[in-house]
Write a protein that binds this ligand. Structure first.
Ligand code: SAH
Ligand code: SF4
Ligand code: F3S
Length: 440
């Protein structure tokens, strides 16, 4: 038998890309590739890219530049580009970067086996179609690569067309996977030791399907997954405020497997900017929604995304965002300086002065870190449930996540990944909590 070929995958971007990388590894695994964590002994390097901001997509070109010596030393080394930059700029990557052997878009990676065979003959391969067949039907079985937690893509694409965003172009139109498949994939993951599943979608709460048993929304999908024996925790991301339906809010209150954590991006607190962004709701709509979610699950930890310096943003608009953050009080949030993306409507508009946007971003991030710190410190002294994910860096230490998705370090020499344990939180540091395991 041939020596196994080695595959090195580098992943940028969102959790969907992490999921796709795992599935691409499984697909190439069926072709005899095993994973390696260094470029040095790799037979193939696959870069799974993100196009969301300019900085993210520039990383591809610097990575490719760094791969030049490796390719010169080993002409048999195959280099592939996957993900959203591949989708948006595939032909151009092929033209500008002769060292690239393969370009595959997010909707066509089930065709990797044929593409791999083609590049082994010395040809180059490009596939950035949105094929009619469903890629998920053509992928090998799941492997539960990350221990007790797993991602499961339930919905892809986006029809919302926020004025700043490339996702509707790189990932295509919104598509939901059939519930029977998803329940089978979830059961399979649980049989491999997974105890927590995060359902993924660019617009996950827009999930909708129909079969002989009727209509499915995300709430029904969560409830049916919660009934799987051995599946202890469910999360989902990313949600749009306009798709937060009553039964989904209710599930946070009455379905114990649905964790008290919700990522609900708002982007801005200014109605004028929200309108220009095409978000289709006001700040007040969002705040009322938050009240309803908190009424269903009072201890829920809320997180968000913010864009600072969207074209036309004034000081007053920015202050409205700060006021919204004060009112919601987030457990954590991501914030970004606006980045004009080719092909999006906002890219046509004059930009906010870069130094002004930087200064706003700094103030906003200071407020968000203050809130994050307070949310973590509020956990000290409380007893929480932690799902151990892996051993920590210190001897005898375990690392896991609480229900609220805080990373928790616990000294527990007999702890094993996959265990759900009760922990008393004793300290909070910058990005994690520390605690002691409770008996029983
Ligand atoms: N589907 C999700 C988010 C997808 S992208 C949603 O609806 O919110 C993740 C985050 O990247 C976005 O929430 C937004 O805050 C940020 N983002 C997207 N496009 C951006 C751009 N052009 N410039 C800066 N940040 C951007
Ligand atoms: Fe992008 Fe808006 Fe769709 Fe989110 S909802 S993926 S921000 S277009
Ligand atoms: Fe980036 Fe594509 Fe995800 S652009 S954020 S990798 S959907």
């Amino acid at each position: 038998m041939d020596k196994a070929k080695k595959l090195f995958i580098k992943t940028y971007g969102c959790q969907m890309n992490v999921y796709d990388s795992e599935r691409m590894a499984e697909t190439l695994g069926a072709q005899g590739y095993v994973a390696t964590d260094t470029v040095d002994d790799a037979d193939m390097v696959l870069i799974n890219t993100c196009h969301i901001r300019e900085k993210a997509s520039e990383k591809l070109f610097s990575d490719l530049g760094r791969l030049r010596p490796a390719k010169a030393a080993n002409p048999d080394l195959k280099i592939g580009v996957a993900g959203c930059v591949a989708q948006a700029e595939g032909a151009e990557i092929m033209r500008r970067m002769p060292l690239v052997d393969l370009v595959v878009g997010p909707q066509s990676y089930h065709r990797l086996p044929e593409m791999e065979a083609k590049i082994q003959t010395g040809e180059r391969a490009l596939d950035t179609e949105f094929p009619v067949e469903d890629k998920f039907e053509h992928l090998p079985a799941r492997k539960a690569l990350r221990g007790p937690t797993a991602f499961l893509t339930v919905q892809e694409g986006c029809d919302k067309f926020c004025a700043f965003c490339v996702v509707p172009y790189t990932r295509g139109a919104e598509v939901s996977r059939p519930p029977v498949r998803l329940l089978a994939e979830a059961r399979d993951l649980v049989a491999r030791g997974v105890r927590e599943i995060t359902l993924l979608g660019q617009n996950v709460n827009a999930y909708h399907a129909q079969d002989d048993s009727g209509v499915w929304g995300l709430a029904r999908l969560l409830r049916e997954m919660a009934a799987i024996e051995g599946l202890e925790r469910l999360r989902y991301t990313t949600s749009h405020p306009n798709d937060m339906e009553d039964d989904l809010i209710a599930a946070h209150g009455d379905c114990p497997e649905v964790m008290p954590y919700l990522h609900l991006p708002v982007q801005s607190g200014s109605d004028r900017i929200l309108k220009a962004m095409n978000r289709k709701h006001t700040a007040e709509d969002y705040l009322r929604l938050i009240d309803r979610i908190r009424a269903a699950r009072p201890d829920i930890l809320l997180t968000s995304d913010f864009i600072v310096g969207f074209p036309g943003e004034t000081d007053e608009d920015f202050e409205a965002t700060m006021a919204l953050i004060e009112r919601v009080n987030y457990g954590m949030a991501y914030s970004f300086k606006y980045s004009a993306r080719p092909g999006t409507p906002a890219a046509e508009k004059p930009e906010v002065d870069s130094a002004v946007a930087d200064a706003r971003l700094q103030r906003l991030q200071a407020l968000l870190s203050k809130q994050q710190k307070a949310a973590q410190e509020a956990m000290v002294g409380r007893d929480v449930t932690v799902l151990y994910e892996k051993k920590g860096r210190m001897p005898g230490q375990m690392v896991g996540k609480s229900d609220h998705l805080h990373a928790v370090h616990v000294t527990d020499p007999s702890g094993v990944p996959g265990e759900l344990v009760r922990v008393r939180i004793t300290a909070s540091s910058s990005n994690s909590l520390a605690g002691e395991r409770l008996e029983g």
